[in-house]
Design a protein around this ligand. Sequence first.
Ligand code: PEP
Ligand code: MN
Length: 338
Amino acid sequence: MIIVLKPRTTKQEIARVEEMVKARGLDTHIIEGSEMTIIGCIGDTTRIDIKLFEVDPSVTKVMHVQEPYKLASRAFHPEDSVIDVSGVKIGGGHLGLIAGPCSVESTEQVLEIATTVKAAGANLLRGGAFKPRTSPYSFQGMGLDGLNILCEAKAATGLPIVTELMSTAHLDIFHEKVDLIQIGARNMQNFDLLKRLGDIDRPILLKRGLNATYEEWFMSAEYIMAAGNENVILCERGIRTFESFTRNTLDLQSIPVGRKLTHLPIVIDPSHAGGKWWLVEPMAKAAVAAGADGLMIEVHNNPECALCDGAQSLKPKKYEELIRQVSGIAKIIGKTAD
Ligand code: PEP
Ligand code: MN
């Protein structure tokens, strides 16, 4: 943290600000120019409200030098994190291929899709049991019955399961049954929910909020990590922009930015980004080429009749083709799916 003082501050004023800094357990380094004085503050500032220093009349501005997140930051953890999801590794050269329907609709539907995506090369099965829908009149998901269907599909195929947790009321049952717990875009800043994820050791797939900056997204990862659960995977799923032709805009830059600023794996969800099935393949390929650690793709055996997100779902055959092509790209850049 750096504190810039007003021009021509007196020795007493400098000493007063220095005292405020030291009272918060930090060391100081004074840089005196001909007009301006800057106080460099040394120590952990993550728990300090740095704007408080601006209360002093001789302070012009206060700035962070480092990012406000620590546990998620690459600066303090130079190697890529590899997250183990019930035996499937994601990150550091290991590609997570998550596929399945938007929503669990029936046992037959999930079993059929799980079998086909597994044969195509997917290593994790997704499916929403609790659905965060914009309209209260839309299908809200099968709830705990849906979760049990996912467990049946896991038993039948061996694929670990990924599903969204919306409420702390289901934390214990998710801890028991779900391999990778998804926190949806709309709950990215549900801080009470994030803090409770520290009570469990299951890996978390943290989706980026619709309007979240990188820093807000990484701070949400920091919430989970600071609460005691360091198994976090980031998921970019498109952000809101002025463009209305597509559902959202896929921010491919989040891959290199995320890899530079954090050590956490980044998975791309091209389905929710574009909202159209024919955008999934080109964006998935681009994501892997740009260094993504995984893909989360919606696949439906009968998208015309899907209860949620049929228009962005791939048919199993298309998914198979996509994985064939993506595997070639992944190989070139040194990544493979377990
Ligand atoms: C989903 O993955 O089914 C979902 C609802 O995603 P998001 O939270 O990104 O909208
Ligand atoms: Mn969906």
